[in-house]
Design a protein around this ligand. Structure first.
Ligand SMILES: *Cc1c(COP(=O)(O)O)cnc(C)c1O
Length: 717
């Protein structure tokens, strides 16, 4: 049988590269890698850029050298099958949504490192949400913004100061194309403001079965300033912010309309998109002749709102004048007075000084609201109780659905191979079920330990490569470079900390008592080493100072090769870290971490969490599936809390973590430790998967919202 022609082969590779589905299928991503492993790394794992460097002949030749034909053809067939098949789960659970999909709005989507339209946890959560929606077959479309420059690339200077670099993203390097209407014309949406019209074009991307639409203000017809409006994520000032949110919410709803999509449910992932329902209300008033109040009642039924942070600065607030400048024309169409409109974003409608808050309008325009962990639910109900002064705290209508992570995206392929050997056939489609993960108890502990250590070695190679490149920028000294190539020892207990350097996350907590931690690091029998990474927001000076302090610990003899900071934390760096660390450290100031998800990624690969009992860990920790720092308390005085938590952290390291890691049986296996790894995987793998999360959203929010039935996730404890 004749194989495909070289043109066909090239086209098949391009088809694979054009759907982000490849990014969570190691069988497919490994094809790209094997085409040219070095370039693959250099182009930041971007298959489109990689493929463009090949002529059809050269690709054909390389495919033949590497015996890739059957793998390419197999992957291509699987993608086609995937795109056309329907899942049983969706038939049984989401039938009601049918032709009226969920419209999922988010300001950022973290899908893959080659697509820089995310900054941190919120974006990665959105990415994982739509990937699970794809796997489950949930009818859902996603709406976001296309950032021409994205978030910044982090570089440290030799003194540890963070520099931010922005580069233009080239559209032709990405798997996106213009979204078109029924006639095949590109779509542009417009939004009237008091200061002129704002235009946005719409891009479309395929994330498995899910279509993601991204609005982009860099179009002709916009002023030069407005053409830059969507260039950076979380850049600019408060005016940039409200204009971006206008485009996301109002523009997003109009884009779906132009595409001929009629959502049954609107899911606002965080307050950034909370203007959106106003455009839906406007449509209903115009098409059905409803009053504002009646249309609001209908639209709120269809709207699901997720709040993501108990940190006050995390809730956007705008001056009334700024709101009027941007929403004034729409307000008039809705028939609302200035005061009526402003009251949508306020606790006290009569207080002229109160700022307009996006979380409040989100809560007021949705029938169902939720926080992202059980503890965050409690905190959020308390935080917003004054919006419902007639209700007791337990009846505040904010429930919780705890965040989860997309298993296939965060499970290292070596660990996946191990699971494949011991889990039942088809397990990857059922990761939200606890029974699947119980099979981990059948795995030979030695095999699990070996796999973990292989992954740890890969991580250390990655770190050495990155760290050497950093040092080469800082120094010509051969000794420095040679040392950089040797950092971290695979035999030493390795603790990882990777996340945004927001100060409440307290990256430097462990260094409060340098002598005490140095003792642990330099212990000759049972040493510990640390790996850090994370970006501080460009305007967060205290966060940058944390980075500087940690990055310059290398000047201290005690920490030189054992406390390493690597630059530019992103999905790629995160993936490397969470698949290889022994322990993942998480020490936020309770209760400010709404959920946290990086620790959930660690679970999948056999790492153990060492965490404050905050966010997801407060409900996940059972005494045998990781380690807790403290007892889940906090003091009103931050300094006291920090002092206490630091002491708890040292105690648990010295008395539990370190001894357990180094206590080996006669075969050299740390039996107790591996038992804990197994408990962690068995008890947490399914519960904190985004499949479970999306199933929860479907059952408790989407389906009731689509049916107009009352839905209550409040106080689900
Ligand atoms: C998962 C992830 C996060 C979230 O980390 P938290 O533990 O929730 O702080 C942030 N950034 C990246 C790149 C991630 O992959």
């Amino acid at each position: 049988m004749a194989g495909p022609s070289s043109d066909e082969l090239y086209q098949r590779c391009m088809s694979l590269a054009s759907n982000l589905w490849w990014s969570w299928n190691p069988d497919v991503s490994s094809i790209f890698r094997d085409l040219d492993p070095v370039r693959w790394r250099q182009v930041d794992h971007n298959p489109i850029v990689l493929l463009r460097e090949f002529t059809t002949e050269r690709l054909d030749q390389r495919a033949s050298e590497m015996v890739l034909y059957s793998r390419i053809n197999h992957a291509y067939r699987r993608l086609k099958e995937y795109m056309t098949s329907r899942t049983e789960w969706a038939r049984n659970n989401a039938g009601l949504l049918g032709a009226k999909p969920v419209a999922y709005f988010s300001a950022e989507f973290g899908i893959h490192e080659s697509l820089p339209i995310y900054s941190g946890g919120l974006g990665v959560l959105s990415g994982d949400h739509i990937k699970s929606a794809s796997n489950l077959g949930l009818p859902l479309v996603a709406v976001g913004l296309f950032y021409g420059q994205g978030y910044f690339r982090q570089r440290l200077d030799p003194k540890g100061y963070q520099n931010e670099e922005y580069t233009d993203t080239k559209v032709e390097d990405l798997p996106i194309k213009e979204a078109t209407d029924a006639e095949g014309n590109p779509i542009t949406v417009s939004i009237d403001t008091r200061s002129g019209q704002l235009l946005a074009k719409v891009w479309q991307m395929h994330v498995g079965r899910i279509r993601l639409f991204l609005l982009d203000c860099n179009v002709e017809g916009n002023s030069p300033d407005d053409r830059q409006l969507t260039s950076r994520l979380y850049g600019g000032d408060v005016r940039t912010r409200i204009r971006q949110e206008l485009v996301l919410g109002i523009g997003g709803v109009r884009a779906l309309q132009a595409l001929g999509i009629t959502p049954g449910v609107y899911h606002l992932n965080e307050g950034h998109s909370a203007f959106g329902p106003l455009a839906v209300i406007q449509n209903q008033m115009e098409s059905d002749g409803l009053s504002f109040d009646d249309a609001l009642r209908n639209v709120a039924m269809q709207t699901v709102f997720t709040t993501h942070t108990p940190v006050p600065a995390g809730h956007d607030r705008f001056e009334s004048e700024l709101v009027e400048e941007h929403l004034g024309p729409l307000r008039e169409k809705l028939g609302l007075s200035y005061e009526q409109f402003m009251s949508l974003g306020k606790v006290d409608p009569h207080n002229a000084n109160e700022l307009f808050c996006m979380t409040i309008i989100g809560l007021k325009l949705s029938r169902t609201a939720n926080a992202v962990s059980q503890l965050h639910g409690t905190v959020s109900r308390r935080m917003w109780a004054h919006l419902w002064p007639w209700r007791v705290e337990e009846e505040i209508p904010i429930g919780h659905i705890t965040n989860g992570v997309h298993t296939a995206s965060w499970l290292a392929s070596q660990m996946k191979d191990l699971y494949d050997r011991h889990f039942p056939e088809g397990w990857a489609d059922r990761v939200g079920e606890s029974s699947i993960w119980e099979n981990i108890y059948n795995i030979d502990p030695g095999e699990l330990w070996e796999t973990h250590n292989a992954l740890k070695n890969l991580m250390i190679q990655f770190v050495r490569r990155r760290y050497t490149a950093q040092c080469q920028r800082w120094s010509n000294d051969e000794n420095v470079i040679r040392q950089a190539q040797q950092v971290l020892d695979p035999k030493i207990l390795t603790v990882g900390f990777g996340r945004r350097f927001a100060t409440y996350k307290r990256a430097n907590l462990i260094f409060q008592d340098l002598d005490r931690i140095a003792k642990m690091v330099t212990d000759t029998q049972r040493p510990v080493q640390f790996l850090f990474a994370g970006k501080a927001h460009p305007k967060d000076e205290p966060g940058k100072e944390f980075i500087r302090k940690i990055a310059t610990l290398r000047e201290n003899e005690n920490f030189r090769n054992r406390v390493i900071f690597i630059e530019n934390y992103d999905i790629n760096v995160c993936r490397a870290m969470i698949s290889g660390v022994d322990v993942w450290l998480n020490n936020p100031r309770r209760p400010l971490e709404a959920s946290g998800t990086s620790g959930q990624k660690v679970v999948l690969n056999g790492g153990l969490n060492l965490s404050i009992l905050d966010g997801w860990w407060a409900e996940a920790y059972d005494g045998n599936n990781g380690f807790a720092i403290g007892q889940g308390t906090s003091h009103v005085d931050d300094a006291v809390t920090d002092q206490r938590d630091c002491e708890y952290l040292y105690e648990v390291l010295e008395s539990e973590v370190i001894p357990m890691y180094y206590r080996h049986d006669v075969d050299g296996l740390p039996t107790q430790w591996v038992k804990r790894m197994i408990n962690s995987i068995a008890t947490l793998g399914w519960r904190f998967s985004s499949d479970r999360m999306v199933m929860d959203y479907t059952n408790s929010c989407y389906v009731p919202a689509a049916g107009g039935l009352s839905c209550d996730v409040s106080s689900r404890q």
